[in-house]
Design a protein around this ligand. Structure first.
Ligand code: HEM
Length: 216
């Protein structure tokens, strides 16, 4: 789920932007740790330099993932979301005012922002649709199909898919418990929608059949 193909990291490394690069400070976070919460008191913008970062909403024991951001993506602390290190991560962090000043100088900031926010909005629409109209089994199939279409490797008319995340992380993404996701993945294998190849590795022999099952 790489959100931005334009690379802001490369742009910020340019010699002519050394002054701007200098306003960013690097902060490192251990996988699974909370980075910022909705009540964070600093108004910051950050660029993901290494690892992935999860943006999610949480209420009591429920969580909904809005995005998994990758290196080169940027985000802010003022969106009312929780931000968590999905891997060991390193961020370049600065205050909103510095970004505001440079937004006109570096159009890539605005372009990256639009791409990131556009994808988050797309994901938010899909979550709203899923919550309103689909049960967890369909939500999981829907997610698998999207991942397969984006990063699956074609093989004998089917798609080979490697999840770059643990079952626990996958459960966080679709808003279910780890046990539910394990059971549903096993059910999908038993029903012939997928074949398990290895840890986090699946082969979807007939993606069209899966699409029909999801109701696309
Ligand atoms: C890629 C992520 C984001 C970046 C880099 C970013 C950056 C910024 C910057 C630089 C400003 C100051 C603009 C100005 O004063 O001219 C701003 C303002 C604002 N942003 Fe964001 N933002 C992001 C995401 C969001 C999200 C997701 C929300 C809401 C859920 C949000 C809500 C706002 C609001 C309400 C303001 C106006 C604040 C005010 O004027 O007091 N932003 N943002």
């Amino acid at each position: 789920m790489k959100l931005s193909d334009i690379n802001l990291l490369d742009e910020l490394e340019k010699v002519e932007l050394a002054e701007l690069r200098a306003v960013f400070r690097e902060r490192k976070f251990v996988k699974g740790s909370g980075i910022f919460g909705p009540d964070h008191n600093e108004n910051l913008v950050f660029v993901i330099a290494r690892g992935r970062v999860r943006v999610y909403l949480a209420y009591e024991d429920k969580e909904f993932t809005l995005a998994i951001l990758s290196p080169g993506d940027l985000y802010s602390t003022h969106s009312g979301c929780h931000i968590q290190a999905f891997d060991n991560a390193s961020l370049w962090v600065t205050d909103v005012q510095s970004v505001k000043r440079c937004m006109t100088e570096v159009p890539l900031f605005t372009r990256t922002m639009i791409r990131v926010l556009g994808h988050i909005l797309q994901n938010a629409f899909s979550i709203i649709g899923s919550l309103a109209f689909k049960d967890i089994y369909n939500r999981l199939m829907d997610f698998i199909l999207r991942e397969a279409n984006e990063s699956g490797v074609p093989e004998n008319g089917g798609l080979f898919l490697k999840f770059d995340m643990t079952i626990e992380q996958l459960a966080q993404v679709v808003g279910a418990t780890r046990q539910t996701v394990s059971t549903l993945l096993n059910d999908m294998v038993r029903s012939g929608f997928m074949e398990k190849r290895g840890r986090g590795e699946y082969f979807i022999p007939d993606p069209e059949e899966l699409e029909r099952a999801v109701g696309r």
